[in-house]
Design a protein around this ligand. Structure first.
Ligand code: FES
Length: 176
């Protein structure tokens, strides 16, 4: 009986104490790793599903400057804060639009986001067109699609003038 497990440094069950603790460690490590992986997948998906619930706050009017600073016929970029900034939004709560003074009384404003995949469109004064640099989308000056993949016109903002300030009505924008 000189070849027993006890002689080889193992208990009668066949597993040594160091091997047992290694197995236990690996088991627990697998559980922790699995939990972390599940969290990595689940948290972004849950945030994607829940985020729209925070986006249904009422639209808000945002000033983009004095009416007198905009010239009739000019299309300029204006900046404002999103209507419903999320607490963790940071700089992403900053938004922009293209604003044009059509007449002394009338302003129109377009979202800068292309309706294809959301790239910021540029205004080309000489061509009187909005161009999207991502996939070549082109919009006429009234925001309707001229060419390329955009499925719908540029989103328009409601505009008003209050106490000499031009204001845009901000809201969640839908990109196709
Ligand atoms: S995002 Fe503008 S054309 Fe694709």
């Amino acid at each position: 009986m000189s070849g027993s497990n006890i002689e080889a440094g193992q208990p009668k069950g066949g597993i040594s104490a160091p091997e047992l603790s290694r197995r236990l460690f690996l088991e627990r490590f697998s559980i922790v790793l699995g939990g972390a992986t599940a969290a990595l997948v689940t948290v972004p998906v849950a945030a994607f599903v829940v985020a729209p619930l925070f986006r249904h706050a009422p639209a808000a009017w945002r000033s983009v400057g004095k009416a007198e600073q905009f010239k009739v016929g000019e299309t300029v970029a204006v900046r404002f804060q999103d209507a419903t900034p999320l607490p963790w939004a940071g700089v992403t709560a900053n938004n922009a639009a293209w604003l044009r003074r059509e007449t002394t009384e009338e302003f129109i404003a377009f979202s800068v986001h292309c309706t294809h995949l959301g790239c910021p469109v540029r205004w080309l004064q000489d061509a009187n067109l909005f161009m999207c640099p991502c996939h070549g989308g082109v919009y006429y000056k009234d925001g309707t699609v001229a060419a390329g993949p955009p499925p719908q016109p540029l989103t328009r903002y409601a505009v008003r003038v209050r106490d000499g300030e031009v204001e845009l009505q901000t809201r969640s924008l839908h990109i196709a």
